[in-house]
Design a protein around this ligand. Structure first.
Ligand SMILES: C[S@@+](CC[C@H](N)C(=O)[O-])C[C@H]1O[C@@H](n2cnc3c(N)ncnc32)[C@H](O)[C@@H]1O
Length: 271
């Protein structure tokens, strides 16, 4: 942790409910981490049985995050990131990827899970030239997020807003769109929206979501690729547009375009 790092909006003492499976912890289990409880593993395994591709899905989604952040800090020249729905720290967190390209990058992480808050120190390892901060807040309250993030980010300069695997937790399209609109409205021209979310593109993933919503919190709502694409309305999509994560600017491979997974993603610039 460096002097330039801080943790904002911290609760007094984070309390975990280890009896109810939680999204951040189940995601960590599928990503091969170790920050989960037996209840998370039990639901994670139940979903794995119905939808064996879930592990590949989780890892391909994370790999998209890495390629998108490299693109944003590299080609797009972005130096500020607002990563909402951060998840538990893992390999290649947003600040590590961005600061490997440009050490002066400033990153604000946001999540509302108490275990993520408890592990936030691992996200506050900024390079001395840049800064990282953690905000314990809810996506449903974008005004609070924007106000607290302004302690670390300069909202007169471009910001990359990252919504990776989180909008599915907001069931209503109108509510989700109004949150995105509020966030995008707060950043200047030349900023970016990067998002990725689960799609209802196979029977197996629909069954996985059903199992999830029976037992885990918060509920997750799959959308069609078209409904996901609509979150980018009014923005300029970066090539190749809204696609399945393995197909977003993949590393060149002799075997051609990789197979898709049951999620869709995109990166778009605010004109
Ligand atoms: C599926 S994980 C994705 C983690 C990470 N972004 C990634 O792509 O690997 C979703 C994350 O969103 C967080 N989350 C869900 N609903 C939220 C809300 N309303 N406000 C803030 N965070 C939320 C969860 O705690 C979890 O860490």
């Amino acid at each position: 942790m460096t002097d330039s790092s801080s943790s904002l909006g911290q609760r007094q003492a984070p309390e975990f409910d280890s009896s109810v499976p939680q999204t951040a912890r189940i995601w960590n289990y599928w990503l091969g981490g170790k920050d989960y409880f037996p209840v998370d593993r039990a639901v994670g395994d139940q979903i794995l049985e119905a939808f064996p591709a879930i592990v590949e899905n989780a890892r391909a989604s994370r790999a998209f995050l890495v390629r998108a952040v490299r693109y944003l800090a590299g080609e797009a020249g972005i130096r500020q990131f607002l990563d909402i729905g951060t998840g538990l720290p893992t390999a290649n967190n947003t600040h590590q990827v961005a600061q490997a390209v440009a050490p002066e990058c400033r990153i604000v992480y946001v999540d509302n899970d108490p275990l993520v808050l408890a592990h936030a120190r691992a996200l506050l390892t900024s390079s001395p030239e840049g800064a990282t901060a953690y905000l314990d807040a809810d996506l449903r309250d974008p005004d609070t997020i924007l106000q607290a993030a302004a302690e670390t980010l300069d909202f007169s300069q471009p910001v990359a807003i990252m919504l990776m695997g989180i909008l599915g937790h907001i069931a209503d399209d109108d509510e989700a769109r109004s949150i995105v609109k509020r966030l995008v409205g707060a950043v200047p021209s030349g900023s970016y929206l990067t998002m990725n979310d689960g799609t209802d593109t196979s029977q197996e993933v629909v069954e996985a979501a059903r199992i999830w919503n029976q037992s885990a919190k918060p509920p997750y709502h799959l959308r069609s690729p078209e409904r996901i694409a609509r979150f980018f309305d009014g923005l300029e999509l970066v090539e190749p547009g809204v696609v399945s994560p393995p197909r977003w600017r993949p590393e060149p491979s002799p075997s051609g375009l990789p197979a898709g997974i049951d999620s869709f993603c995109g990166v778009a610039r605010k004109p």
